[in-house]
Design a protein around this ligand. Sequence first.
Ligand code: MRU
Length: 348
Amino acid sequence: MPVKTVEWRGGVDGFLRLVDQTRLPTELVYVDAKSIERLWHAIQRLEVRGAPAIGVAAAFGPVIAAQKPAVETRALLARVEKACNYLATSRPTAVNLFWALERMRAEARRNAGLSPAAFRKSLLAEAKALLREDVDMCRRMGRFGATFIKGGMGILTHCNAGALATAGMGTALASVFTARRQKKRIHVFSDETRPLLQGARLTMWELMRERVPCTLLCDNMAAQVMKEGRVHLVVTGADRIAANGDAANKIGTYGVAVLAKYHRIPMVIVAPSSTFDLSIASGREIPIEERGAHEVVEPFGRRTAPAGAHAYCPAFDVTPHELITAIVTERGIIRAPNAARVRAHFRP
Ligand code: MRU
């Protein structure tokens, strides 16, 4: 059973329970978000992280916002709108956040004529539907993604695109878990993923929990392991994919894609349709989150550079579509992605 990364507890008056991912791998503990401010903080601090998980968690924000007593639904709608605007400021890159908030905003506006009680219920039903859809999309992506995995393969991944990054079994790691269930003999190499070590702390935790044979690499070891002929496939998730297939993912993914190209290793990105931003033509328009330099010079509370050292901390980079062999979504596979193929993939 995958860990329940995002879970709603109770009815309309309930709360959001999240795995506190800042505490893994040493402790599996939860944070309960009972206010919009606490939810904002959980997203901003990466207690909940990974593009789909951020979107699912944010979807419950309007449910929490509508809990305060009100005589009129109009007042609740205003609170929901305010909550959506506020939550949208928590992190800029993963488009799933904005996608989920806009879906909830639209649902709230559609139901503005209902009684306060029915309005609250409708919001909870929509957020729960979004969560269920994410679980289902993970399963489908896992099946399509596993078709790239053959027995005997070494697979390199970067950051964490597993159950901890979604409400279900993951995106990139769903392919790995599915391949394992299909009894394929595989070995996963996980980049540790500086500065916040999502690969070391989270991906290794998930892989070991599922008994997938795996080896941890420092980020700067990937080239050497590829040269040794031990990597046959690179598979990662994404935070935002532009209309031409350019894909933003955790900082370092672009470098891995360049290495994969040089070593003639296929690079596959696995992401649900909620990660596509078809309103932007290319990756140049993707906003890249810049986080505090302390994450580089003083990671996890321990100084690793001289006091006062200047550091740059972009949290994501963009892999141009020319370096991507395929993008896997819950709808299927986009091979050699470009604008025309992405458009065709989403044609109804
Ligand atoms: O900063 P994070 O940990 O939220 O970054 C997460 C990633 O970059 C993941 O690879 C991405 O969201 C895909 S998760 C299925």
